[in-house]
Structures are given as C-alpha cells and as structure tokens.
Write a protein that binds this ligand. Structure first.
Ligand SMILES: *Cc1c(COP(=O)(O)O)cnc(C)c1O
Length: 497
C-alpha cells in the first residue's frame, strides 16, 4: 500500500514513512492510494473475535510494510484489559430504540483519543526502525485538551521518542490541564500557549515545515513527527472501532448483517468522522454520516453551503475539544471526493491560508451533501440534552457526546429517518464535571473540581473512573507558558539543543 500527499499525488511513501514523517513536505496530508475493501463475510468473521484481533485484521490491510506478527504484537499491547477498563474496549450502550452510543472512553485518559494513541507509539517505534534509521522521534503535539493527555500517556517512556505538548493556556478544562501538567515520564514536556487551539496548531504546522528547524534536529540525530490527527497513524486505528461496533450490533442481534446504519460524530478536527467515512468506503454499510458541531459551527455551514469560512468569531464552549475553526482532516475528505485532484486541493488550501475561506466545486458540494448531514447546538441545548438523557434514560453523558445526541435528534426530527444509529461518545462525563453538574441544575461554583466530581457521583451514582479520581494525588510538574511566536525557542530549550 502506497501513501500519497493530498497536495502532490506523485509522492509515494510506505506506511512507515508516512507515519514517521507525519505530514508531507508540501504541507499535504498522507492518504492511502486506495481504500482496501472489506466484505460482508469478513465482517461476519470479525464479529466472532475480540477487539485486538479485529484491529490487527483491519490494520494489516493498510500496513503492508509491517509483518502480521508485528501488527498482532502491537494491537495486543494496546487493546488489553490493563489499558482499557472494558473487556469490549469500545462497548456499545443502547440508549433507546435503534439509538446506540459507542463508548470510546474506557482507556487511560477517559477520552476517545486513547483509541489511537495507545497504539500509535508502537506503530511509531516499528516505523522509525524501518524508515528513519533509529533517529530519536520528537513528537510535537498541539492540543485542544484531550489529545495532549492521551499522547503523553501513550508515549511516556516509549523507546526512542520524546514528546512535547502545547495547549491553549485558557482553552482547556481544569481537569484536562491538571491531567497534562501532572504527567509522569522521563521523555515528556508540556507548555501552555497564550492563544487558542488554532494558534497552537498553526504554530506546530509551521515548525514542521521549517527547514532550518529540521536541520537543527537532524544534526542532533532527531526528527519531528506528529501525534495529531494529521498523522495517518492516528486515523487508521479509528477506522477499527466503527467496524467493531457494527460487528457488536450484529452479535447482539440489534441489526442483521448487511443492514444499513447511520453514524453521528461530535466533530472538531474532522479526524473521527473521516475514519467513519473510510470505514464506509471500505464497504461498511453506513448510510449517512452526521457531523455534529458546537457553536463553532464552521463545518455545519460548510456541509450545508459548500463554502468553508473561518473568518468568524471563535467561541469558548462547554465542549472545548471541538472549539476549532480549521478542521485539518477535511483536506483528506476533499482530496478523496475530488477524485484525488491534488491541484484542486492545493488551490483550496491556498485560498484558506490567504483568505481564510474557500468554496468547493458544485460536484464536490453535491457529493458531500448526499453523504453527510450536519447540525450544531448551543451550550444551553447541550446542557438540556445532558439533563434529558440522564432523566429519561439514566445515562450520564459528557458535553461532547451531548452535542452529538442533540444533533442526532435534530436530524431524526427533520428527516424522520429511524435507521439504527451509532453515536460516538467521545469522553467520560467526569472529565467535564463542572459543565455536567450545571447541566443537571446543581450548581458547583463554590467547590473545586474534585469536589465537583464527588458531588456528581452523589447525585448520579455513576462511577468515577480511577485515572480521574487519582489525579489530585499527583504533583504539578510543568508550568511553562509561551507566546505562539516563541514555540520554536521553547522546543530548543526543552530538547537542550
Ligand atoms: C478530540 C475530540 C473530539 C473531536 O474529534 P475530531 O477527531 O478532532 O473531530 C470530540 N470530542 C472529544 C471529547 C475529543 O477529545
């Protein structure tokens, strides 16, 4: 399997090259030259095996420069009962008739990023051996909250790697911040940015593409890579859980093999929903992909009008991991839907960079419109949804999941479509205890985050995951904060080069 760049189809890399490098030198993202099919028989066969085996089977279709032993080795290291608190790894929770939540937060950091970031360090380790002459890989991360912690946890003390995480100083929840600044491990560093997530992400992308920085690293036998969802190694493991969820629906008798389902994804950088798109393209029977946004509704507007326009106010919402105005992975969708027209993508991305907006061709717009449905909801609607879901279905969901549930309900009302549905549940509610408490009408303003967790437990009786319960016992290790313009200097300082 060869990987091309979305901005230059003539680039032809192996999977291990694409994963170690993270992003193409032309600024494009790596995509597989073709999407391998999965048949109905294969899906039925996968329904009989565990998550780790499902993952190995699916990954092997894309990682053709890895041996099956290598792949089975790292799927079993990533997806086991020491790492995930549920034996199913990503279990389905039936909410009401035909509506299922896919719980993606049973990993060590209680958010869906663990699904990919528990396996990426293994992919990176083997890829570096194959494609990067055993250089030390410097993982550079910009985070809106959850990626940072999940990447730190995944890469901590991993062989031959170091990891540096930048987060918007005032743009993450107090629990998310604590999770990061208390991170243990010898090869980790964390730094706040005076700016928002887009500033952090733009800074990281600029550093990746700066030849001077690359040279300085190279002379120190180091190279950058990315653990953001621009890295193919992040997206690939996410394809697995959509196929796995489908297997589980068959297994539990909720659908028959080959039945169509819809998928709803609370979306930020467009990585998670793009993985569902690839699963569909492989052959998973998905009818509609429903893209849910918060008040930063740039994707809702794009999918409904064909114009992407980031020139708008940025809002800090109660679903911070979706507070994004530049959804990087959309580039991969546009490339695929355009029929791999790299010149068209170069043009659109230049428009985005220079004018902050672009409009896609009528053809691309029509194709997107036929496959996707998009909606958004406000913080008030998100809170109301948390309350309704708890009162009507005895289920406590986090703010991001609630955005998805709300948008799904809008979809169902406006279309009447009752196709069985999987709604991606992307974080455990105890990651956002203040917003969830508020939503239930219990004001927790007077107490700290840990007391809020306790209060939420008293009211709901829903278990607090161990990794969140124990953060307050950990010491704070990282207090650096810098301007986006000084990220480069900070990196040199942290690496001692
Ligand atoms: C990262 C994240 C999202 C957004 O996912 P994308 O792949 O960036 O679209 C949604 N919810 C939570 C809890 C997240 O951590």
């Amino acid at each position: 399997m060869i990987y091309n760049s979305t901005r230059d189809s003539s680039v032809g890399y192996t999977a291990s090259q694409a994963i170690t490098q993270g992003i193409s030198v032309d600024g494009g993202l790596f995509v597989p030259e073709e999407i391998p099919p999965i048949t109905s028989n294969e899906i039925r066969m996968l329904a009989k095996v565990n998550y780790s085996s499902r993952a190995a089977y699916i990954l092997s279709k894309y990682l053709t420069d890895f041996s099956i032993e290598e792949i089975e080795d790292f799927t079993s290291l990533a997806y086991n009962s020491e790492r995930f608190r549920s034996p199913a790894v990503a279990p389905i929770h039936g909410l009401y008739d035909g509506v299922n939540l896919l719980e993606l937060w049973h990993g060590p950091t209680c958010a869906f990023k663990d699904m990919a970031l528990q396996i990426l360090p293994h992919l990176m380790r083997i890829s570096a051996r194959k494609a990067a002459q055993d250089k030390t890989i410097i993982i550079l991360v910009a985070t809106s909250g959850d990626t940072g912690k999940a990447a730190l946890e995944g890469f901590r003390d991993a062989e031959n790697t170091r990891i540096i995480v930048f987060y918007p100083e005032d743009g993450v929840s107090p629990i998310q911040k604590l999770q990061m600044i208390t991170q243990e491990g010898e090869n980790v560093a964390v730094c706040g940015i005076k700016g928002n997530f887009d500033d952090a992400q733009t800074g990281v992308k600029a550093i990746f593409n700066d030849p001077k920085t690359a040279k300085r690293l190279d002379t120190n036998n180091m190279m950058f890579s990315s653990a953001n969802s621009i890295n193919w190694g992040r997206l690939l493991p996410q394809i697995v859980y959509y196929i796995s969820a489908y297997c589980d629906l068959i297994d539990s008798g909720k659908i028959n093999a080959d039945d169509l389902i819809n998928v709803v994804v609370p979306t930020g950088n467009f990585g998670n929903i793009l993985s569902a798109y690839y699963a569909r393209k492989m052959g998973l029977p998905i009818a509609k992909l429903i893209c849910a946004s918060n008040q930063n509704r740039v994707l809702t507007d794009f999918i409904n009008t064909g114009e992407y326009n980031r020139n708008r106010s940025f809002y800090t919402t109660t679903s911070p991991s979706m507070d994004i105005l530049i959804s990087s992975n959309l580039e991969r969708l546009l490339y695929d839907i355009s029929g791999c027209k790299d010149d068209e993508i170069r043009y659109l991305m230049r428009e985005l960079k220079e004018k902050g907006r672009y409009a896609v061709s009528d053809k691309i717009f029509a194709d997107i419109k036929s496959l996707f449905w998009a909606g958004w909801c406000s913080d008030e609607q998100t809170a109301q949804t948390i309350k309704n879901v708890f009162e009507n279905h005895d289920y406590l969901c986090d703010t991001h999941t609630a955005v998805a549930v709300n948008v799904y309900e809008q979809y169902r009302k406006s279309t009447g479509d009752k196709t069985p549905v999987i709604i991606a549940s992307t974080a455990n509610p105890y990651k956002f205890p203040a917003s969830v408490l508020d939503a239930l009408g219990k004001n927790g303003a007077d107490v700290n985050e840990f007391e809020k967790m306790d209060r939420l437990y008293e009211i709901t009786g829903k278990e607090i995951p161990e990794p969140l319960r124990s953060i307050h016992e950990k010491g704070k290790r990282f207090t650096d904060v810098c301007n986006p313009a000084d990220m480069n200097k900070m990196i040199y300082k942290l690496l001692g080069i």
